[in-house]
Design a protein around this ligand. Structure first.
Ligand SMILES: Nc1ncnc2c1ncn2[C@@H]1O[C@H](COP(=O)(O)OP(=O)(O)O)[C@@H](O)[C@H]1O
Ligand SMILES: O=P(O)(O)OC[C@H](O)CO
Length: 488
């Protein structure tokens, strides 16, 4: 009997494929790095053809490790959200670069809409804010500036990354799951459908958009020639929602933070549509049987990408893992604070024009101090979110962490110390993939309910808070001063 799940985790920096059994054990895995295109200031692009190639490559590598595809009951797809792909619905070939979530090219469009008083309406309908982060303004910009999209006429299809992958895997299906659709600023979060007013505001013709579907179900089958047999696609979710599910955040108040390229904190709010008064986002946690569960989200744009920048641009470190030893090698930050506003500031500030700052430098500042300040900025940014969540009525009692950066024990302990709550980290840190496996398992009938799949999360390590309030206050004062400078 086929009882395994193949997960495609298409992140910002890499594509991963993993084969799970129903207990959450990983039987095979493969990973391929993705090229990051930075064609100009504030611009971030991916080549969707490369994404597709790497999905095929990693899935085939996993199937080869397993022997064949016979034991695979279903595929689950999870993806970097908000990134938009433009493709030819007949050939599946991309018609333009994919505009990545980090891209700021539509900052002026969003600023103008804000000045025109459009933000309250956008917030009420979509749960989001007017910021270049979300897909709607990116799509409107592309349709205006890339003539080949207009010339493609009815052949043009638009969607987020999971939508593109489903189209290519099935040879034509054009769908998007509700978690991804809820990140476009084109979906009415309450009704779960594309909203005409929002589509008009961002100049996006509704006919170009996919059909919005559940996060689990039998959506379609892969073309048999791709993997040796047709495999049903049964789970779809944006990576942050998938991580939240994989962290077993299934009860209102459960909170996770994923430290990957960016850092994204989601508190589950159940079937209650969250309305933030503190610049957090309302988002769909999952949709099953047409019914939506929701989450409140704080999105931080720079997390692991800061470590990458220290390594690749500043050449301050040779590897991401080296940061842990460097942070431990000094007793404190030496008065140095780093605000990683390298692509503006996200929640709770939402300042697209903010710029990165390294403050408090002196002759005594060492490389280790700067690296420590960079790692400390994760807890500082998360602290700002914690305050906003608490003010919205969701005070965290525990924080469940994951993502590539969460492998760093120093960061995990610093989070516990600064947030003053226990931090839980699963032994298997790829919770995004676990969440996608849970959804796919549910969609193909391996599980009857999401709760039944939750054992896939496995064992966790705990980090207990151990810092005193004076230390926290000193750090937060230094951080706030630096944030003011970053916002200018
Ligand atoms: N030990 C570590 N300490 C600090 N940062 C790390 C460590 N290991 C990985 N990272 C960072 O984590 C990021 C990768 O996380 P990952 O979850 O794979 O990202 P994504 O899914 O966004 O592509 C990289 O940006 C890397 O710099
Ligand atoms: O690539 P990640 O894991 O940092 O996730 C990106 C987010 O989905 C952007 O919203």
């Amino acid at each position: 009997m086929a009882d395994r799940v193949l997960v495609i985790d298409e992140g910002t920096t890499s594509t991963r494929a993993m084969l799970f059994d129903a207990s959450g054990n990983v039987l095979a895995s493969a990973q391929a790095e993705l090229t990051q295109g930075y064609p100009g200031p504030g611009l971030v692009e991916h080549d969707a053809a490369e994404i597709w190639d790497k999905v095929l490559e990693t899935c085939r590598a996993v199937i080869a490790q397993a022997g064949d595809a016979d034991g695979i009951a279903a595929i689950g797809i999870t993806n970097q959200r908000e990134t938009v792909v433009f493709w030819d619905r007949e050939t599946g070939e991309p018609l333009a670069p994919a505009i990545v979530w980090q891209d700021r090219r539509t900052a002026d469009i969003c600023r103008r809409l804000k000045e025109d008083g459009e933000e309250p309406g956008v917030r009420a309908l979509s749960g989001l804010l007017l910021d270049p982060y979300f897909s709607g303004s990116k799509i409107g910009w592309a349709l205006e500036h890339w003539p080949q999209l207009r010339e493609a006429g009815t052949r043009l299809a638009i969607g987020t990354v999971e939508s593109y992958l489903v189209h290519r895997l099935t040879g034509g299906l054009h769908i998007s799951d509700a978690t991804n659709a809820s990140r476009t600023a084109l979906m009415a979060i309450g009704s779960g459908g594309w909203d005409d007013g929002l589509c008009d505001l961002f100049r996006v013709p509704r006919r170009l958009l996919p059909e919005i579907v559940d996060s689990a179900g039998r959506f379609g089958e892969t073309l048999p020639e791709l993997f040796g047999r047709a495999i049903p696609i049964c789970g779809l979710a944006g990576d942050q929602q998938a991580a939240s599910i994989g962290q077993r955040c299934l009860t209102p108040g459960d909170t996770k933070a994923t430290y990957g390229t960016g850092a994204f904190v989601l508190t589950h709010t159940g079937t209650t549509l969250p309305r933030s008064r503190h610049r957090l986002l309302g988002t769909v946690a999952w949709q099953l049987g047409g019914a939506r569960s929701y989450a409140l989200e704080g999105s931080v744009f720079v997390a692991g990408s800061l470590v990458k920048w220290l390594r690749d641009s500043l050449k301050l470190i040779e590897s991401a893992a080296e940061t842990e030893g460097l942070a431990r090698s000094v007793t404190d930050n030496g008065g140095c604070y780093l605000v990683p506003a390298l692509s503006g500031l996200g929640a709770p500030h939402w300042e697209p024009g903010a710029q990165g700052v390294i403050a408090g430098l002196g002759f005594a500042t060492s490389r280790a101090h700067v690296v420590r300040a960079a790692l400390e900025s994760m807890a500082h940014q998360t602290y700002d979110l914690k305050a906003a969540f608490a003010a919205d009525g969701f005070d965290w009692t525990t924080l469940r962490i994951d993502g590539g950066m969460a492998a760093n024990d120093w960061i995990a302990q610093d989070l516990a110390d600064m947030l003053d709550v226990p931090v839980e980290r699963p032994a298997f840190i790829e919770t995004t993939a676990v969440g996608a496996a849970m959804l796919a398992g549910l969609g193909c009938g391996l599980f009857g309910k999401l709760d039944e799949a939750a054992t896939m999360r496995g064992a966790v390590d705990e980090f207990q808070p151990a810092a005193n309030a004076t230390l926290r206050d000193t750090r937060l004062a230094g951080w706030r001063k630096a944030v003011t400078a970053a916002i200018g």
